[in-house]
Write a protein of this length. Sequence first.
Length: 661
Amino acid sequence: MRGKKFRALTAGALSAAVLCTAAANPVFAVPAVDNKIGTVSAADEDVVFFTDFEDGDVSMFSKRGDSDTSVIKAIDDDKAPSGSKVMSVSGRDKSWNGPSMGLKGVLEPGVKYDISVKVKAAWYNTVCISLQHTPAGASEPQYTNLVKGVSQGEYVELKTSFAYGAEEKDVSIYIETWGDANDLCIDDFKVTLSPNNMDPNAPSLKDVYGDMFKFGTATTVSELAPKSTQDLIRKHFNSLTAGNELKPENVLDRAACLALAEEGDDTNPQVTLATAKPILDFARKYKIPMRGHVLVWHQQTPMWFFKENYDPDGEWVSKEKMLKRMENYIKNVFAAVKKDYSDIDFYAWDVVNECFTDYGKPRDEGFPAEANNYEASPWVKIFGDNSFIKPAFEFAKKYAPEGCKLYYNDFNEYMPKSDAIVKLCQEINADGHYIDGIGMQSHLNVTNNGEKDPFPSVSMYRQALEKFSKTGLDIQVTELDATVNNKMYDLQAKYYSDIMDALVEYKDYISAVVVWGTTDDQSWRADRDPLLFNKDYSVKSCFESIVDGIEYTTSAPPTEPESESQSQTETESVSHGTGDLLYGDANLDNNVNIADAVLVMQVATNPDKYEVGKSELSITKLGKQQADVNKDGGVNNKDALLIQKYKLGLIDVLPYTDTTK
Ligand code: GLA
C-alpha cells in the first residue's frame, strides 16, 4: 500500500539485501533485483524510509508544537524534483517552524542513518535539517543543526547523517530556516542505513602510539549514539574529550542558579552533568581516560553567567562577584565529577581556553557575537584584561580531582601568540605550580582556498613544539584536525604524517595527542574532510600514513567489561535452565532490533570472524541460540530476514517456524 511507505519499502529492500549477503562487506549489500517503489529503485537497498509525496500523504510530518503556525500539505509543483507532488509548508511565523518527523518507534536508537531531502524556500534563505533531542536527565531539549544549504527559490539537496541514543527523549528530525520564515516545498525525503566499513584488522592508534603518548578523540552525545561509532572509539582511542557537553553552556544549571539567587545567594553557580551523561557513562563503562574541556572560555558560556541576577539583560557583575562565581563554579564542577564519576580517570582538564589574539594581545571586551566575529570576551569585559586567568588556575588546583593535570589551551598556537602563552605560564607559575601544561589545539590546514599551501607549515609547527618543550611544562595536542580542499587526500596523508613525525620527535614532552572527532562527516569542519576516518568508518590515507612504519605491540581487541560478560554468562545459564530466551536478540542487548539483523547477516557470511575474541563484533553461544529464530539449528540469512520482518510488524512473534511462508 502506497500510504505505508515505511514498511513496504523497508521490507522489500531489506529482503532483497539479505539475498545478497555473500558480498565482502555484507551490511545490507547491493541487491540485484529491479524492485521499483515510487521513484526509488531497490538499488537504494538500505532505504528505511522514503517519500516523494506522490500519493499526497504527509501524515509522517507534523508542525513543531502548538505555537508553530505551519500548514503542511501535499501540493502540485511544476518544479518538483520528482513526479509532480511535493510537501508544502506555508504560514510559518518563526524560522524554527517547520515539518518534523518523530523518530521513536520509527528509527532505531544507536544506529547511524543517512538522510537526504530536497528543499525549496520561496525566496533566498538558508535551509537546514536539524535534530531535536532531550538527553536522559536533562530538562531542556537540545537542537542540533545537522546540515545547511542555501535555496534561492530553487530546490537544494541537503544530505547528512545522524543517530540518537536509546536514552534520549522526544527525538525528532525537522527542517527549518535560518533567516526568514518563508514558505517551503519539500520533496524526496529519504533515510537510509549508513554503511559501516570499519576495518577490525586496522592497527589501533592507541597501540601504535602507546609507548609515546595517549591517542584520543573528541565526541559529542549525538556522534556517540551509534554503536558503530562507539566500536571505532573503543578500538582506537584511550582518551576522550566531550566536544560540547562539559562546556559552561551545558554544565551551568540556570534554573538551580536562579533558585539559589532567590534565596539571596547569587555567587554560587549550580551545575549539572546531565548533558554529558552518555559520554561519561561510556568512558566509565569502557574505562577510557578523559580530558575535561573547558572551564573558563569566552565562547559557549551563557551571557547570564556574567550578569546581575543571572539576567542576560542585566548589568555586568563586578570583578569581585565574578571571582566568587568563578571559584564556586569550578568547585561545583569538580565536586560533581568527584561525586558521580570518581571512577573516571580525568587525567587532564582545560582550565582556560583561547585568551589571546594571534599576536598575543588579550581579547576585546564584550560578548561574543556576529558583530565581533565571536571574538570578544565577557571575562575581559569584567576584569579589564587577562587577570582572570591566574585565579582560574588557583581555584582549579584547589578543587581538581587528584591526578588531574591542568592546561592552558589555545589555537593558532604556532602564531606569535606562542610567546604570550609561554610568558603567561611562567608568570602564573612564578609563585607556585598551577599550570601543568599547554594545550595545542592544532586545527591545521593542508590546503588554503584550494591551493597547496599548508598552514601552518610543518616547520612552523615544530618551532612551536620546540618553544613549548623548553618551558618544562607538559604538552598535549588537544584538538588535532587538518582540513584539505578538493579531496587532495595524498597531500593530507603526507602532511599528517609529517606532523606526527614532529610529535614523535618531541614525544618526551607530550603526554597526549587528541584528534577533534572521529569520522569526517561529523567534524565541525566537515566540508574539508579533516579527520582520519571516512563517514563509513573506513580508514583514510592519512590514517595509513600515520601508522605506517611504527613498531608497536598489539593489545587484545576490546571486549565487554567483565561485569557485563559475567552477567551474560549468568543469563546464559538461566536461559538454558528455563528455556526463557529472547529470540532475535543476537547481540544480547536485551532488544530485538536492526543491529541484531546486521550481526546475524555478518555471522552468516563469515562465521569464523565473529567468534568471541576474534573481532569487536562477536556472537556468543547464547547469542547464536537467540539468533536462530526459525529454529533450523543454524544462524543464517533466513534468521536475519525474520528478525527484520518481526521489527516491521510483518510477523508477530519470534521464534517463527512457519515454513510455508
Ligand atoms: C575550539 C574549542 C573547541 C571547539 C572547537 C570547534 O577549538 O576549544 O571546544 O569548540 O573550537 O569545534
